[in-house]
Design a binder for this molecule. Structure first.
Ligand code: HEC
Ligand code: HEC
Length: 81
């Protein structure tokens, strides 16, 4: 070995950080699911994104959160309960 123990210590730290990051990202992806929308009167009639945004748009009565994905194809992520 040319690099000796300092090199392998760095390699181990790198592997721990990279492995830890992968675990965090996978856990986030699995746990961070889009909520289903309820089958109530509001949602039984609405089916198209422009209808959804009447209530969930920025000036609607229940706006999406600030960190919501900037994607308006609602039904590709959300489904009815
Ligand atoms: C007439 C107003 C209205 C329309 C149209 C509407 N929503 Fe909603 N939505 C609400 C309200 C009010 C709530 C929260 C109260 C509840 O749970 O019923 C809600 C809740 C939700 C939730 C659950 C949020 C949570 O915190 O669990 C999702 C997801 C959602 N709506 C998506 C949609 C999608 C997608 C559409 C279009 C297909 C849509 N909504 C159309 C008023 C509306
Ligand atoms: C790319 C996937 C995706 C699309 C497309 C999408 N959403 Fe969401 N939505 C999510 C996720 C993920 C959450 C959970 C956010 C959280 O927990 O921070 C969410 C949460 C919500 C909530 C709950 C309140 C909030 O912001 O946390 C509402 C209401 C909602 N979405 C409505 C909509 C509507 C209406 C559309 C279409 C105009 C839409 N979403 C399109 C992924 C999506």
């Amino acid at each position: 070995m040319i690099r000796g123990t300092a090199g392998s210590a760095r390699l181990i730290v790198f592997l721990l950080v990279a492995g830890g990051l992968s675990v965090v990202l996978v856990a986030y992806t699995i746990l961070h699911q889009p909520p289903k929308f309820p089958a109530d009167a509001d949602h039984l009639t609405a089916s198209a994104p422009d209808r959804c945004l009447e209530c969930h748009g920025p000036s609607g009565k229940r706006p999406r959160g600030r960190n919501h994905p900037q994607n308006n194809q609602c039904l590709s992520c959300h489904e009815r309960v």
